[in-house]
Design a binder for this molecule. Structure first.
Ligand SMILES: Cc1cc2nc3c(=O)[nH]c(=O)nc-3n(C[C@H](O)[C@H](O)[C@H](O)COP(=O)(O)OP(=O)(O)OC[C@H]3O[C@@H](n4cnc5c(N)ncnc54)[C@H](O)[C@@H]3O)c2cc1C
Ligand code: SF4
Length: 335
């Protein structure tokens, strides 16, 4: 078969440079002639993959390799970003082999601990999460598509990169407009006079976990600490996480759920699957009909520039919490 292809190539080679007049070539003549493989895929850059079996081991590897290394869990966000050269780590420290990062345990009264390596599918389908934290099950179940939820983890979801229309593009696209300061360029294309990046968090579960009062256990090479969700994020599109690169999100800790109700509503461009352009998470602690505590957290908007639709979504979520409606569809397309 290889010989036959070679024979065909020789004949074809002689024809290169004699393209038929008037014929529209969708691919270069050499590819048409079978001499080269067509460039059908954007490829990952080369990297070394390390697969520790403990969280401590992963933290040590991150310290050892410093700025050359990145963590990878499901890879559903990082690998596409690497293909677009938004990240070019020489070393990836994989978390998939670490058993202690997986699973959900706890109780309604005492709260639940979700291992950061637990898949979004598992979170969305977990009986206790569905009962006690319906907003979290909804948000996890609305991330992307089933395939990505089967691979994507809750740890990766809270640490997912910020997004911007000028940045979430191929390398060639970004090069054509001169890049921006988030990667390879000098200025912000959204606000050219700005000294900072305005790319926004587009995680579905982050606003819900924040509204629910969740905490994160971070494990680094020199110990561990527990921080509230709110303390994980910085108001900067590039340095968006307030944790050291060697620190691994080991688990998500949800407080007791007694008396709490929660709702998550999502607006996105494509109804089938897409990042949120607005995420509204509302959680309230009720005593009978009295609201004793309440939190409203917005995702995917740096400031509520979609003011009208934001008000509508927040009002619907509050009505659902109060039992005055079902909140409508959990997810809607931008009109
Ligand atoms: C087509 C498409 C659609 C998508 N739609 C959505 C969407 O609707 N909503 C949404 O929220 N996301 C969406 N995503 C992004 C992504 O799939 C999810 O956010 C997913 O949960 C990421 O998890 P992961 O395990 O694959 O993370 P990875 O891709 O492995 O990692 C993402 C980031 O988190 C870091 N990281 C991962 N785990 C840890 C950890 N335990 N500790 C510290 N850092 C960690 C990595 O270093 C990396 O920076 C989409 C992605 C694609 C490609
Ligand atoms: S907001 Fe950030 S990602 Fe978007 S153009 Fe400006 S610097 Fe680039």
């Amino acid at each position: 078969m290889a010989r036959a292809a070679l024979g065909k190539s020789r004949t074809a080679k002689q024809q290169i440079g004699r393209a038929e007049p008037g014929r529209v070539y969708l691919r270069p003549p050499s590819v048409e002639a079978g001499l080269e493989a067509p460039a059908t895929m954007i490829r990952l850059p080369a990297f070394t993959y390390l697969a520790p079996s403990t969280v401590d081991g992963a933290a040590r590897l991150m310290t050892e390799h410093g700025r050359d290394a990145m963590l990878v869990a499901g890879g559903t966000d990082l690998y596409p970003n690497m293909k677009r050269r938004q990240f070019e780590p020489k070393v990836l420290v994989g978390l998939r082999r670490i058993r202690e990062l997986r699973g959900i345990r706890g109780s309604t009264a005492g709260g639940f601990t979700i291992g950061a390596g637990t898949t979004l599918s598992a979170v969305a389908a977990h009986r206790d999460i569905l009962r006690d934290f319906p907003a979290l099950a909804t948000a996890a179940g609305l991330v992307s598509s089933p395939q990505l939820r089967n691979m994507g983890t809750i740890g990766g979801n809270v640490c997912v990169d910020t997004r911007c229309n000028y940045y979430n593009q191929s390398y060639e696209w970004r090069r054509a407009i001169g890049f921006c300061m988030k990667k390879d360029g000098d200025i912000c294309l959204v606000a050219p006079g700005s000294s900072r990046c305005w790319a926004v968090s587009s995680s579905d579960t982050a606003p819900v976990l924040w509204a629910l009062g969740a905490k994160l256990r971070l494990v680094g090479a020199d110990g561990e600490r527990t921080v509230p969700m709110a303390a994980l994020y910085r108001d900067d599109g590039i340095e968006y996480l307030a944790k050291r690169p060697d620190e691994i999100v080991a688990d998500v800790q949800l407080p007791g759920a007694e008396g709490w109700r929660s709702v998550y509503l999502k607006l996105r461009r494509r109804g089938s699957f897409d990042f949120p352009v607005l995420g509204v998470a509302v959680a309230a602690r009720m005593e009978g009909d009295v609201v004793r505590d309440a939190r409203i957290v917005l995702g995917a908007v740096a400031y509520p520039y979609r003011k009208k639709i934001t008000r509508v979504f927040v009002a619907r979520a509050i009505a659902a919490i109060a039992g005055l409606g079902d909140g409508g569809a959990a997810s809607e397309e931008v009109a």
